[in-house]
Design a protein. Structure first.
Length: 368
């Protein structure tokens, strides 16, 4: 039984540490996931709590795993692990049955699991948590109570600071498809021979006041006595999706600029602001000044946003504002505003508003 408890301790400790760490690397991504859930369950009034909850959850996961693995305040951590699993196991079953969001986000963007895979994982973890709970009386305290709490408190502080640093300066490890070194166009290609999405299409026709459903093989397309009413398409099998499949840049006049940006043989800077009003006037002003500097020195500069046209036109500063889907912008960079430097369509650098290089740095890149 001791061996089983030790194996359970190691597995739960490592899983909780890993889960907490990958969320802390990308706290804004975890906040976006909370936002998705709030929208799916019609509790959007909690959106303002998304980021605090994301940081709290990843910190709690890490500390529980850290305590269980090291033995510091292990009994308390065992209680914490059991409580977490008692809450999340039935919740993930509900998510698996209803599927409001396709990916639970339990391992951030490092590992994607379906809701059913997440539920299966939680069944294993709650079983291991029960094993640890049943043997909690065998747990021995390593050091004095006060000393252990001091270590745990220090770990909490360091971990929160780590999360905040990733929030301010971009994730220390980029799990997103728009990584440094990626040629965006190459990541949009569908390889030959791979399977595409499969849909079941149903046609609804009406005759003599009676509606009937048909499929592609038997619909009465040539029978004028039937009147077409509706068409339904249901995804029955997901096919291959390239890592980048939703990158579309549109000018304010509706022109598709995607290929123009990606095929340009030279340097381009993308300033990304999912919502201009959320970026803060100081950061936007700094970005606009950088844009004017770059354009004057032959570096293309585009401002990508999902803000409405009227809001964008209010800036009217001579720079190229473009419309991009908000989800795409969130996936490109975890900052508002954030910056991506392209050369020949390849990502050379990514920065948040807090650590974007000085203007002269961009000039030096052209000369190299």
């Amino acid at each position: 039984m001791k061996i089983i408890r030790n194996v359970s301790r190691i597995i739960i400790g490592l899983v909780f540490i890993f889960s907490g760490t990958v969320k802390a690397i990308d706290p804004l991504g975890s906040a976006y996931k909370f936002h998705d859930y709030f929208q799916a369950f019609n509790i959007g009034f909690l959106n303002s709590l998304s980021l605090p909850l994301a940081i709290f959850l990843c910190t709690a996961e890490f500390i529980v795993g850290f305590s269980i693995l090291t033995g510091l305040r292990q009994r308390t951590a065992i209680w914490g692990a059991l409580i977490v699993m008692v809450i999340f196991t039935p919740l993930t079953l509900i998510l698996a049955l209803t599927n409001p969001v396709s990916d639970c986000g339990c391992f951030g963007d490092a590992i994607h699991l379906t809701n059913w895979q997440t539920f299966g994982k939680n069944i294993v973890l709650i079983t291991l948590a029960i094993v640890l709970y049943s043997g909690r009386k065998h747990v021995k305290q390593l050091f004095g109570r006060t000393f252990e709490w001091v270590i745990i408190t220090g770990a909490v502080i360091v971990f929160i600071l780590f999360s905040l640093a990733n929030l301010r300066y971009l994730p220390v490890i980029d799990f997103l498809p728009y990584k440094k070194g990626v040629k965006i166009a190459d990541q949009m290609v569908i390889p030959p021979g791979v399977s595409a999405d499969e849909y079941r299409t149903t046609f609804v026709y009406e005759k003599n006041g009676i509606k009937k459903e048909f499929n592609l093989n038997n619909y009465p397309g040539n029978d004028s006595t039937w009147k077409f009413v509706d068409q339904k398409s249901v995804l029955i099998k997901s096919g291959y999706k390239p890592p980048i499949h939703d990158f579309i840049i549109t000018s304010l006049n509706g022109e598709d600029l995607t290929q123009k940006v990606l095929s340009y043989q030279g340097y381009s800077v993308l300033m990304i602001s999912k919502k201009l009003l959320e970026a803060g006037s100081k950061h936007l002003t700094e970005g606009i000044e950088l844009g004017k500097y770059c354009m004057a020195r032959g570096i293309n500069f585009y401002i990508l946003t999902s803000s409405g046209t009227d809001e964008v036109r209010s800036y009217n500063n001579g720079l190229e504002f473009c419309s991009v889907d908000e989800t795409t912008l969130k996936t490109m960079i975890r900052a508002n505003p954030g910056y991506i430097l392209l050369k020949d369509g390849t990502i050379l650098g990514k920065w948040s508003w807090s650590n974007v290089p000085e203007e002269e740095w961009f000039s030096r890149q052209i000369k190299h």
